[in-house]
Design a protein around this ligand. Structure first.
Ligand SMILES: Nc1nc2c(c(=O)[nH]1)N[C@H]1C(S)=C(S)[C@@H](COP(=O)(O)O)O[C@H]1N2
Ligand SMILES: [Mo]
Length: 170
């Protein structure tokens, strides 16, 4: 597996990822910048034939190829103990496009011990490589297209903590 180049600090609006790449950041031990080519090298590729509905454009049919989101996110080492399911269940993932569209998933949706949804980061859509455009989030279990975020520039992960409560030890 080709290791992504680590960045020494959390990305901000002033440190955008290069075109076609995205930053993995948030509560992680190793923030990383990944290009679409990296997604093709390091992980098992999955194929998904999907149909999703758009309120304005109607049903869309696409075939996507790419690695599982949860496997890609593991390289950044999210700030949970991987052995503690209860701790993992508090984490949220926010995926943003370069145009400002952003959406969230719960980590538990994609975790094999919880929802186990085969959410992908696409390297190809309908046999077209996405290197120049950037990866696209693929949520095959969604009926609506809103979470199929295209031209992804950032993926953040962090725990939801109730206001005023310290991190739990369980
Ligand atoms: N970056 C980005 N991705 C996006 C959107 C968007 O506005 N920006 N719209 C979403 C919505 S609402 C739908 S239905 C699908 C399909 O959008 P399309 O009509 O552009 O194919 O893309 C999703 N991904
Ligand atoms: Mo949509």
């Amino acid at each position: 597996m080709s290791l992504p180049s680590a960045v020494p600090h959390a990305p901000s609006a002033t440190t955008p990822a290069p075109p076609g790449s995205f930053v993995l950041w948030g509560d992680v031990a190793g923030p990383a910048t990944l290009a679409v080519a990296d997604l093709r090298e390091g992980w098992e590729q999955h194929r998904a034939e999907v149909v999703f509905d758009c309120a304005t454009a109607g049903p869309q049919h696409h075939t996507f190829t790419g690695p599982l989101l949860r496997e890609v996110m593991a390289v950044a080492r999210p700030g949970f103990d991987p052995a503690r399911r209860k701790e993992r269940s508090r984490f949220l993932v926010s995926v943003s496009g370069g145009d400002g569209h952003h959406t969230v998933l719960s980590w538990a949706e994609i975790d094999a011990d919880f929802g186990n949804a085969p959410v992908l980061l696409a390297t190809r859509m309908d046999e077209e490589d996405l290197d120049a455009v950037g990866t696209q989030l693929v949520v095959p279990s969604d009926r609506c297209g809103a979470r199929y975020v295209s031209a992804v520039t950032g993926i953040w992960i962090g725990a939801h903590r109730l206001p005023g409560t310290p991190p739990s030890e369980d």
